[in-house]
Design a protein around this ligand. Structure first.
Ligand SMILES: Cc1ncc(COP(=O)(O)O)c(C=O)c1O
Length: 517
């Protein structure tokens, strides 16, 4: 686009070598070439050409630029084009100038002001072999190492059988892009400031409405905090409600990948067994009656898929009321129910408000959004808002606003309805393929809810070994024992199906059968 920009030694500018040194050099425009065929606006092309020449030092620091009128004539463009190109480079700091005394190449270029000495950046960081961590830091680091994902990456054709990932192939990307664009056009200015730590008000209202109707959650919008996913909800609860040394009931098997938040709070996990009715409340009371918190997944226990019975729900709430303890209900994938009416949330049953309720958009939309919600009793709203504000202020405002539009324009319920049909079909494909190909190797029974199933191995077969064999065949199939703390029981593989297109599911089941045989 641009050729050379040489210093002009015309009569009016310089007449002798001595004067060249005293007066600033003046640019020549003779070889500035603007190419109309690229489609880029001329003023942008000109600004780019000048910037390139400045960076390559063809226009040295201090060089005086031609006046806008003269350059416009020489390039045969409008004077506005040149004015705008100069204005842009002035704003970016490549040029300096004052009205009446001309425009010059800046002596300090922005690149220099915005970067450190390159050599310093390339020096390797000094290694300290064993950095001294806080007890909390060490506990978190150690806990995280235990829940590392299988070594291979995530990509197309490599989704089977990741649990908890929705159908990314059905993400409403065009619609999302449109909502994002509209929001930006309409109100970008309003979205550039802080919002309250508890979240963007229209989204809190939309979530409160949705939860009342779909999940029987009793709340007003002021009780809803928008958080960066369930992980942050758990972390906030641990920080606000637990002191170091306090005990917390966790389901065993359970959502172990989140447990680092309890280590970070210095709390002690008490693994409580799960049976066909969900968390065994009596066992919890025997093991640790004075726990401060119980974390449960009553709608669809993770990972077993068990629905907590009404009897157990009542027992859990009664224990919490008696012991002045809290219950944290993780309702992570309850949108996806394929038959019958859903059991309402535990939170809706708790008249004395000892339940905190959390849900996530990771399963309905994408885990990459990092958006979810936490509903807290009114008495805890201030403490949780203060904690959220202290840790990281609030979730990104633009994303919250787009999600609010997604709700208020009816897209959320439409999307959930579509995904229910899709996931029911995917589950059926998995179950049928398993009946054909995994007979005697893995017992995969259908469930009315959720995004994954557990395939049960024959008694005595080690699920870690089975999971490793699956991994060597290019499949993610977590062993059930990856989610166990102290419980023992029949081995199984956790099979996520929601993110796997049907053709891929059938092929993955064949591969799993070969791996297990
Ligand atoms: C039991 C359970 N809770 C919550 C989540 C979602 O976590 P987040 O909202 O932090 O993505 C998952 C995801 O796999 C899960 O399995």
């Amino acid at each position: 686009m641009v050729g050379d920009v040489r210093h002009h030694r015309g009569e009016s500018a310089v007449t002798s070598k001595q004067r060249v040194r005293k007066r600033p050099p003046v640019m020549a425009a003779t070889s500035l070439v603007l190419d109309g065929s690229t489609g880029a606006p001329l003023q942008e092309q000109l600004a780019e050409a000048l910037r390139g020449a400045i960076l390559a030092e063809r226009l040295a620091p201090g060089t005086r630029l031609l006046s806008t009128r003269v350059l416009a004539e020489q390039l045969d463009v409008s004077r506005n084009t040149v004015l705008n190109a100069y204005a842009r480079l002035l704003a970016e700091g490549y040029l300096v100038g004052q009205t009446g005394s001309g425009t010059y190449v800046a002596r300090e270029l922005p690149e220099r002001l915005l970067s450190v000495r390159r050599e310093a950046a390339r020096e390797p960081a000094r290694r300290t072999d064993a950095p001294r961590l806080s007890k909390r830091g060490a506990a978190v680091a150690e806990g995280a190492a235990k829940v590392e994902s299988p070594s291979s990456g995530m990509g197309p054709g490599r989704m089977a059988f990741r649990p908890g990932i929705p159908a990314l192939d059905a993400f409403p990307s065009e619609l999302w892009g449109r909502l994002l664009h509209n929001r930006w056009q309409r109100s970008w200015h309003d979205l550039m400031s802080h919002v309250p730590a508890a979240g963007y008000a229209p989204l809190r209202r939309a979530v409160a409405d949705y939860l009342a109707t779909a999940r029987g959650v009793r709340c007003v919008p002021e009780q809803v905090l928008i958080v960066n996913g369930t992980q942050q909800a758990l972390s906030l609860a641990a920080q606000v409600l637990l002191d170091p040394g306090d005990s917390v009931w966790v389901e065993d098997p359970g959502y172990v990948p989140a447990h680092g938040v309890f280590a970070a709070a210095g709390a002690v996990r008490v693994p409580v067994p799960v049976d066909a009715e969900g968390l065994d409340v009596e066992a919890g009371q025997r093991l640790c009656p004075d726990a401060r918190l119980a974390v449960v997944t009553p709608a669809h226990q993770f990972p077993t898929g068990v629905v907590m019975s009404e009897r157990r729900r009542k027992a859990l709430l009664a224990w919490a009321a008696r012991s002045d303890a809290w219950v944290l209900e993780d309702d992570y994938d309850s949108e996806f129910r394929y038959e019958g009416r859903p059991l309402p949330s535990l939170q809706g049953l708790a008249p004395d408000a000892r339940v905190l309720y959390t849900g996530t958009f990771s399963k309905v939309l994408s885990p990459a959004l990092r958006l979810g919600y936490l509903v807290v009793p009114e008495s805890l709203v201030d403490a949780f808002s203060a904690a959220r504000g202290t840790f990281d202020r609030h979730s990104p405002v633009l994303d919250q606003a787009v999600l609010a539009d997604f709700f208020t324009q009816g897209h959320f319920s439409r999307h959930v309805r579509r995904m229910r049909v899709l996931y029911a079909a995917r589950q059926q494909t998995l179950v049928e393929a398993a009946r054909r190909e995994l007979r005697g190797l893995l017992d995969v029974q259908p469930l009315h809810t959720g995004l994954h199933l557990v395939g049960w191995l024959p008694e005595g077969v080690d699920d870690s070994a089975a999971s490793e064999r699956a991994e060597r065949a290019g499949l993610w199939a977590y062993a059930l024992s990856d989610f166990r703390l102290e419980s023992r029981g029949r081995g199984g593989l956790v099979l996520g199906y929601a993110c796997v297109p049907e053709a891929e599911l059938t092929e993955a089941v064949s591969r799993l059968a070969r791996a297990l045989r």
